[in-house]
Design a protein around this ligand. Structure first.
Ligand SMILES: NC(=O)c1ccc[n+]([C@@H]2O[C@H](COP(=O)([O-])OP(=O)(O)OC[C@H]3O[C@@H](n4cnc5c(N)ncnc54)[C@H](OP(=O)(O)O)[C@@H]3O)[C@@H](O)[C@H]2O)c1
Ligand SMILES: Nc1nc(=O)c(N)c(NC[C@H](O)[C@H](O)[C@H](O)COP(=O)(O)O)[nH]1
Length: 222
């Protein structure tokens, strides 16, 4: 599976405020670029932290490119990495649009699984990671591959992005750096989790361009 991570940070590397409230870091041009990226993939994923903070729908907003970019392909599926089923039953991601896969661990109760399935989620239990109750991310991506997902766009947040780097599963990173300072030692950053102390993932810079009043950085991950 090809995994493309896309996110937007402030110049000080923050994804949002210390209150974990969504900040529009991208401008119109960058949000339109993300919309086009969604057209190139089979599924768009976030962690449940992002669902709880931002309530994204992860659908394409501008369908005008769809014919040229996706042909007859169905709209991209949505994915939430959500060990215990914390996704609210009325979340926008469960709006009855494209398929929404919920990658869950053993910590998901059968009662909550039933409720989420009833609300429209396709629950894929992938077991727990060996060191936590969380979703085993490698097993989760394999389960998605079994459902035909070959190209995955991950839109955050920092916990999920760290786990993907930690597991060596990121193929490409596009990072929009908006010209603002958010600050806050507890504000989410591009890669949170436990952090690395050695074996830092090395990226290969593949492009730099100005978008809106910020900078778009493109990296390949060798
Ligand atoms: N600027 C941007 O581009 C951007 C993009 C996205 C989000 N955001 C911001 O980022 C914040 C949310 O980020 P976040 O880091 O808190 O949340 P996140 O990465 O979206 O979700 C993290 C949660 O996913 C679940 N999870 C399950 N298995 C996991 C695994 N193997 N690895 C990592 N997580 C796993 C965990 O909850 P359980 O243990 O309950 O399963 C974990 O707490 C919000 O403030 C949002 O506004 C900004
Ligand atoms: N590219 C980008 N720039 C930002 O400034 C920002 N705050 C996000 N945040 C990611 C957000 O949490 C969601 O993943 C979707 O970008 C919103 O999804 P909708 O289109 O509302 O469904 N993403």
């Amino acid at each position: 599976m090809h995994v493309h991570v896309n996110a937007a940070t402030s110049v000080d590397g923050k994804l949002s405020t210390h209150r974990r409230e969504q900040v529009a870091i991208s401008g119109d041009e960058d949000f339109a670029r993300v919309d086009r990226l969604r057209a190139e993939v089979d599924a768009v994923a976030v962690g449940v932290g992002t669902v709880l903070a931002d309530d994204p729908s992860l659908v394409r907003h501008d369908e005008s490119h769809r014919e040229a970019e996706r042909g007859d392909l169905p709209p991209p599926a949505r994915v939430v990495v959500d060990s215990r089923g914390r996704t609210p039953l009325d979340a926008s991601i469960l709006d009855g649009g494209p398929t929404t896969y919920l990658l869950a661990a053993d910590a998901l109760s059968t009662e909550r699984e039933r409720a989420l399935s009833g609300a429209g989620a396709t629950v894929l239990r992938t077991g727990g990671a060996s060191d936590s109750d969380r979703v085993d991310i490698e097993a989760g991506l394999s389960a998605l591959a079994d459902h035909g997902v070959e190209r995955l766009l991950v839109e955050g947040g920092g916990e999920l992005i760290f786990s993907l780097f930690d597991a060596g599963l990121v193929d490409r990173l596009t990072l929009y750096v908006g010209s603002m300072v958010v600050g806050g030692r507890d504000a989410p950053t591009l890669a949170d989790g436990a952090g690395f102390v050695e074996g830092f993932p090395a990226l290969s810079l593949a492009g730099v361009e100005q978008v809106d009043d910020g900078v778009l950085l493109r990296y390949d991950v060798p």
